[in-house]
Design a binder for this molecule. Structure first.
Ligand code: HEC
Length: 129
């Protein structure tokens, strides 16, 4: 079960280790505390910068042409392409190079790659530190 929900009343700035561990709990991956912090930070970044178009459940918005990120080829594909897209934008997708740091772009990508039934358990190991 990987249901990730972001509610507007939730304070995403305060890190709660036990809540985070519960939210990201998986039988296949034991996230360490740093990874949980990164996922939670990514979740907060997503909430502030991405939900307007992609929705809090990642389902996108047909009216503005924002694709669903659920079962999405780019989310499942190459990490550097995914992060470059966030950095540079594309068509109606804004560029975040001036808005987010490289670390924040990695965290939001890590969030997307593990939310809504996506499972890229290695992203934070691979690109970490
Ligand atoms: C103003 C609306 C808008 C916002 C805000 C936005 N996006 Fe997008 N996003 C789009 C659109 C439109 C596309 C499709 C771009 C294209 O290929 O033409 C897209 C595409 C994407 C894709 C590729 C998916 C695919 O199948 O093409 C990813 C990944 C993505 N966005 C992540 C993010 C992240 C992460 C954020 C927040 C940091 C974000 N987006 C914020 C509109 C938005």
């Amino acid at each position: 079960m990987m249901a990730v929900s972001c509610s507007s009343s939730e304070n995403t700035d305060v890190f709660d280790l036990s809540k985070a561990a519960q939210r990201w709990s998986s039988t296949e991956k034991n996230w360490n505390e740093d990874e949980l912090r990164a996922l939670e930070q990514g979740r907060g970044i997503y909430w502030k910068n991405c939900t307007a178009c992609h929705g809090r459940e990642g389902r996108g918005n047909v009216t503005i042409g924002a694709p669903s990120l659920v079962n999405n080829a780019i989310i499942k594909g190459d990490v550097s392409y995914h992060i470059t897209l966030i950095k540079k934008g594309k068509n109606q997708m804004p560029a975040f190079a001036q808005v987010l740091t490289d670390e924040e772009m990695l965290y939001v990508a890590a969030f997307e790659r593990n939310a809504w039934g996506n499972h890229d358990y290695r992203i934070l190991e691979r690109t970490g530190d």
